[in-house]
Design a protein around this ligand. Structure first.
Ligand SMILES: O=C(O)CCC(=O)C(=O)O
Ligand SMILES: [Mn+2]
Length: 220
């Protein structure tokens, strides 16, 4: 008897393999973003969200503005190789050591072949009241043309970009889906700002991981 069961069983697997690696290129003219909308399956993304909510040593950081310390509207954790300390807006973050499953996420992203990373900033947006304001990740310790990989787990959030100098340029809007990864190209941080606005009716959490390469020159 011809048994075609094995062929049927293969199909979902093949689909799974290829849908993971599907990508969409966003062309912003003088910068690009490659989006992998489902690098992590929804099941895997939910499992990672639960694990990270429970095990990451989340901390409330604050920034210094006009001599005052203002708490940032999200919780954070900086993780990475020893010595990859990182500073912005008067915060200096010392890395906690790599831990699974972050190393597994990092390895999967590095296998895409865009860049290698020695550190990651984790952000925990507890609900839609948490946000990140307009900025570019252009700190000197990231070098002149950083490639940054951004992983989204949990609630879908809006992501907005606007040009740094050309005020006439349209803003660019994206949705950050559960299980998606953005590879932010070499020139994005030089030319564009980005933000994650508040979404006041949203009640569910999201975790974002931005993998970065901190250059040795600036390590403390
Ligand atoms: O949460 C996000 O998707 C963006 C976070 C971000 O821009 C950052 O941490 O630099
Ligand atoms: Mn950023």
């Amino acid at each position: 008897m011809h048994d075609d069961r094995s062929e049927q069983l293969m199909q979902p697997d093949l689909f799974q393999q290829s849908s993971e690696l599907l990508f969409i290129d966003h062309d912003l003219g003088d910068a690009w973003i490659r989006e992998y909308p489902q690098l992590f399956s929804l099941g895997r993304a939910d499992e990672l969200l639960r694990a990270l909510l429970a095990q990451i040593p989340w901390q409330q950081d604050s920034i210094r503005i006009a001599g005052k310390r203002i708490p940032v509207p999200r919780l954070q954790c900086w993780m990475g190789d020893r010595g990859s300390s990182y500073g912005y807006s008067g915060i200096r973050l010392e890395p906690v050591p790599w831990q699974p499953p972050i190393t597994a996420i990092r390895d999967k992203i590095q296998a895409l072949g865009h860049a290698d990373f020695n550190s990651v900033l984790l952000n925990y947006y507890r609900d839609g009241q948490d946000s990140v304001a307009w900025h570019a990740d252009d700190e000197p310790e990231l070098g002149t043309n950083p490639v940054i990989a951004s992983v989204s787990l949990g609630a879908e959030r809006k992501f907005q970009l606007r040009h740094k100098r050309d005020k006439g340029r349209d803003r660019y809007h994206m949705l950050l889906r559960n299980g998606s990864v953005l590879i932010m190209g070499k020139t994005l941080q030089n030319n564009w700002l980005h933000q994650l606005p508040k979404e006041t009716t949203l009640r569910s959490p999201r975790i974002n991981l931005t993998f970065r390469q901190v250059t040795r020159r600036h390590r403390t």
